[in-house]
Ligand binder design. Sequence first.
Ligand code: SIN
Length: 520
Amino acid sequence: MSSPSLFANPWARRARATAVPLVSAGLAAVLVGTLNGGATPVVQESFSSVSGVSSAVQVESVAYNTAVAAAAAAKPKVAVIGTGGTIAGVAQSRSSFTNYSAGRIPIASMVQQLQPEIGNVADVSTVQFGNAGSGGYTIAQFHALTLAVENALKTADGVVVTTGTDTMEEFAYWLDLTVQSRKPVVLTGAMRPWAAGTIDGPQVIGADGPANLYNAITLAASQTTYCFGTVLMLNDEFHAARDVTKGNTTRMDTFETRRMGSLGWIDGDYIKVGRAPARVAKCDTPSEWLTPFNLSTKPASALPRVEIVYNYQQAGGEAITAFANAGVKGIVTAGTGAGGISSAQSAARSAAANAGVVFISTSRVGSGSVTGGSGNIIAGDDLLAQKARLFLLLGLTFAPGDAAKIRGWMDTIGQAEWKVTPPSAIETGFADLATRIAELSTAGTINGSTTELLTDRLARAKSAYESADFAGAGTYLQNFIDRAKQRVDDEAARTALVDLATSLKNEISAASPAAKTVTG
Ligand code: SIN
């Protein structure tokens, strides 16, 4: 059944897929096609196929199918960013599964140990972002990690991030919410340390790290999860970052997606996708696919403190009060059942909410929805508390103190089903201008100081607009236009920048309350 033309290309193999169109599911997922080894007719051959690895997913998206076809046509580039954890751990002996020091082995050395086999799958480069246990990373380092992933994706087709498993689900959801690229981002790690004795010692018996790393690189290279957002791959299974959680302290099948199950699995050279995050349905409209949490526009110092408070029998309210008094901007409660908290916590929450702290209500149960909420108290639906905390932190970064806006994001991108409302013409206008400046700068059409100046004026205009200072936004955009006219020599570039800025200025002027009053 093999196709000579496909096998002529070393990076391509043939498989057969059933024609299952992308189906929007009402709730958590969309259904994707499955591979069938029987006598099913070939309906599509642009599935992922990386050096003998095949997966068959029929997603009705030009961008998705272009990405998987490219992976089949030429060896993909995968960047592996190492942060440490047990996967980089050194045990006392080959049989010492639980007694070890995490975050010791350099990522380059681990990748090297997968050669020559991994070299048949992808051209792999490495970045040593850190080498420590997962729990020690700060939110400022998370911010830097997002930028490191985005930087790697400028040249790589996919990124693998290795972390400790303890907070891997938080690393994954953070990247899922922040990385401004549709390319695959795959998190992996291990439950058993890699080596015994020294960093280049013999492998621990049954170490899961090598296979997990190999599979994660393979998954990223295959482009199977293009537009899925960040996924977490361990123990031959991959899961959606939003929904996955660590379910056991020690077992190698520790990661689970309660109620919904994994997205798929890797069996040797075959990647099976059972379901996909609903986000993939937006693959062909990047402005809808990307989240508003573009960290390149915010310094790490803009990220506010957000904490979690756990409820239990007769829980006191002091923790909430103390956090509020310490200047914490947001608090997630992990309540009992469908989000219930004690009367003492409830009184403390009301006082803090009245003082401007924004809350997200979640459940300590571990699955199921929390609904309701009003004012500064937002229902977290089925987000786990540790995920809701990252969501609130990012929400407060991009909409400080604005519970209504954050509730809107919770109802859309905070959900598994991604009910995205298209960005307004103004939001698109700001994004388009930023993209155009970046493109012209990269191409060398505008120099560094002009890039800086125009970026500054655009940022000021955006900040004024977001604070409802429409006149201020107009003034900054006019300044942008004047500077572009003075400083951009290339006529086509100048015209493009001036036209985009002028139409954005007009949109803002038409949207301003003053304009509405005048026009009735
Ligand atoms: C960690 O999270 O850094 C340690 C535990 C692990 O990697 O499994």
